[in-house]
Design a protein around this ligand. Sequence first.
Ligand code: GLC
Ligand code: GLC
Length: 647
Amino acid sequence: MSESSRSLRRLLPCLEATFAPQIAADPQRWQQLTRRLQTHFPALFALYLDLYSARYDFFYHLQDLLFTLARAWFERPADLRALDKQREADPLWFQSHKMLGGVIYVDLFAGDLEGVRARIPYFQELGLTYLHLMPFFRMPRGENDGGYAVSDYRQVHPPLGTMEQLATLARDLRAAGISLVADLVFNHTSNEHPWAQAALTGDEDARELYFFFPDRTLPDQYERTLREIFPDEHPGAFSPLPAGDGSGAKPSGWVWTTFHSYQWDLNYANPDTFNRMAGEMLFLANQGVEIIRLDAVAFIWKQMGTNCENLPQAHTLIRAFNAAARIAAPALLFKSEAIVHPDEVARYIHPEECQLSYNPLLMALLWNSLATRKVRLLSQALASRFRIHLKTAWVNYVRCHDDIGWTFADEDAASLGVNGFDHRHFLNDFYRGRFPGSFARGLPFQENPKTGDCRISGACASLAGLEKALTEEGPTEVELAIRRILLIHGIILTVGGIPLLYLGDEIGTLNDYSYQSDPAKAADSRWVHRPRADWARYARRHDPHAIEGRVYNGLRQIIQLRKEHEVFSGHDLRVLETGNLHVLGYERRFEKHRALVFANFSEQEQTLTPNILIQLDACALNLIYGQAAISETGALTLPPVGFIVLA
Ligand code: GLC
Ligand code: GLC
């Protein structure tokens, strides 16, 4: 008998005794749990052993974890257990061409959770099947990194509503065909979280959940190999703790803070941290959250002498969380947020790890192609880095709440004769509007003079040229800017995977500079692209002459195209050699269906020679989206910044 079966055999009677009343009330549920444990405990056990076998109290923590799983399973509401069944019968549901994601801040989009509920008809009108609410958990007043500093995972931030309202919203969304997506901010808590507060008062168990250091000795050693993430806010990765005597003079020690000083990194070398967060995750799943966005996955394991990003144990931890979900909340899926080198991004994607992942490379390279008007890097990346496990999916986006980091691989760029460092420099200049011929109005984010590193903030429409065109130029430039917006959205809607819209972008929302006069936001330029929804502007979305209407209707057409054609399911993609530097081409297939997509990134008409369509055996296909001229010989001419689909 294997080690894991032996442990399970010993643990089951303890569970049975502890949960006797629940088992008596619902024996069938107990049977389901034991069946799930038989299937998934071996994996969980192996992962847990990998992480924690050196702990003298290994079995104590393992048992504690099983109690957490059992408790969550017994608390799981009937409708979610029905959902579990439905998802298990159709595990690849998220690959459907009907899928369309949207992301919003609760307060900025609709005031509070009730406000979001009232907007369900709008989400349906747009065609959403997936709604990500940015972090809505209790957070510090004032600075809180847009909610990514969580003070309590089980409480909604009071101005936004209550956990009961969240559960109701999840149910109503599901009834409307929309899955609720929420963050598990599991790399850190806010310094106001009760665990952090207890740690400050000297509670030993709580202190072990974080990384505290009495002086700079170890922090200095770690920092030799760490990257600075938010250098504007504090150098390095550690923050001083207030002096014990309250005088503010000498710090009483240091705490690990990868992001802001008020975001304290959790220590997963301690199994208690893992167990507690598994409990928080399952609590969230039991409120009706169907997809969990695992925030900042790259950073969750630290080891001296490394950069403490993407370490093997980070993967082991996520797999262990995933195994826990398979046992107690089977419908739950994970989406990874790893904005790192493309090789590292890919490593988080697996049916047993994160079934979904942001695609930061596609995002960055779409903007790169708009700036350079060339598609080489993008074509190369789609050809070599887009393929992932058949049972997973990319989440493709053009903008999100964060900055744009130019995370293409230097070696990919080098193979095309491009120097990565210089090229990033160019992109940063371009998107700050400093480069001749730039149409963009972006802002720098976390510019680091020590390394020359910089990222870009800005709303999609402003980065695509709409702001400049409206204020300084004329109708031709406005039209081009709108086409740019539609072109990059056209790609995320047809390339395969789940397209994710950053709401506001669908009506061409521009940069909002008002954050600069709010002291809690002024230091963080990402707020420029996090405006409050302007419902007067939304009201113009059906007006074909208004900017809002032109963007919205354009986008709605591509959404409809996606929803009507099964070929956009899955992620079977072949990049085409278009013989034109400015034109991206790819073929999509799904079952017996086939479509060809062409996108012209330049502001001039571009023609593909007849042999291209002939070689693709495409002459019999129909133009199902966009405008193009096909000559008698088969030469295909795309309009400036044109996007077309043949099927
Ligand atoms: C993620 C979030 C970002 C936040 C950081 C720290 O990267 O997307 O907004 O600042 O994590 O939680
Ligand atoms: C992510 C990224 C980091 C990014 C930050 C917030 O965790 O890894 O590079 O800048 O979030 O924007």
